[in-house]
Design a protein around this ligand. Structure first.
Ligand SMILES: Nc1ncnc2c1ncn2[C@@H]1O[C@H](COP(=O)(O)OP(=O)(O)O)[C@@H](O)[C@H]1O
Ligand SMILES: [Mg+2]
Length: 257
């Protein structure tokens, strides 16, 4: 098991964003987290990465309790994320953005950095090679020297994924990666997430694009008003009456309206 959430509750003042949420993610899975706006999906990512500590409950990663660790320690353990709104270093080059993502893997201390030892130069070469390989993976090799903000929207989203992968995570959290993408961009994102899975990275994904989620995910958890409404395979979720009433049905109504 890669990730285990046990009875996670998160209150913001009087608002209960998450109530008693438990689930487990197996190694190599693409696991979907869906639910209406405000259901608590992003809050769950913030709690997993300990940007917010849970009000109660416990999180384990690869059998080890991680609740209470500083966010950068959690990255070191092997959990990395992207954000619902793109967060890139917009004035830096594409390659530099990926290099920054790999920075937490660097072992060189301050003294070594100043002296630029042979081992550090070697480490820099390695990070550089890894960054180039990741740009290849996300299909952005030819843009390595472009300024990040000049990339098309879908490309920026893929760059964020490359940057997250640069820290060599075992679990990648993606918050609405397909949001705002056109059909071609969504298809290329689909292929990319499959490739990430093939590299042995487990994926937890929040997404509203239902055909995308249903085709991509091995299992899905549905949140509604901060509570777990259902969990199962895409087929089970699509046929779950409670889910249809609370979410899937409502989505269709929204589109008609
Ligand atoms: N930092 C915060 N402070 C106060 N309330 C928050 C904060 N973050 C999220 N919330 C509230 O928690 C609930 C869940 O939000 P969120 O996790 O962003 O939902 P989702 O990602 O499913 O759309 C909402 O009611 C939201 O207003
Ligand atoms: Mg959200």
């Amino acid at each position: 098991m890669v990730l285990e959430l046990k009875n996670i509750t998160k209150n913001f003042g009087g608002i209960s964003a998450l109530t008693d949420v438990s689930f487990q993610i197996n190694e190599g899975e693409i696991f979907g987290l869906i639910g209406p706006n405000g259901a608590g999906k992003t809050t769950l990512f913030n709690v997993i990465t300990n940007m917010f500590s849970p009000t109660s409950g416990e999180i384990s990663f690869l059998g080890e309790k991680i609740s209470g660790l500083k966010p950068h320690k959690i990255t070191d353990k092997g959990i990395c994320r992207t954000f619902q709104n793109i967060r890139l270093f917009s004035q830096m080059s594409v390659l530099e953005n990926v290099l920054v993502g790999g920075h937490c893997r660097s072992k060189s201390g301050v003294i070594k950095s100043v002296l630029r030892t042979k081992s550090q130069r070697k480490e820099e070469t390695n990070s550089h090679d890894v960054a180039l390989e990741l740009l290849e993976l996300v299909g952005l090799s030819k843009f390595q020297d472009s300024i990040a903000e000049n990339l098309a929207y879908g490309q920026q989203r893929r760059l964020e994924i490359a940057r997250a992968l640069a820290s060599n995570p075992k679990l990648l959290l993606l918050d609405e990666p397909a949001a705002g993408m056109n059909e071609t961009e969504t298809e290329s994102l689909f292929d990319l997430i499959k490739k990430v899975q093939k590299r042995g990275v487990t994926v937890l994904l929040i997404e509203h694009d239902m055909p995308f989620v249903m085709k991509l995910c091995d299992r899905i958890t549905v949140l509604n008003f901060g509570k777990k409404l259902a969990e199962g395979t895409p087929a089970e979720i699509q046929n779950n009456q409670e889910v249809i009433e609370a979410y899937l049905g409502a989505e269709e109504d929204d589109e008609i309206a």
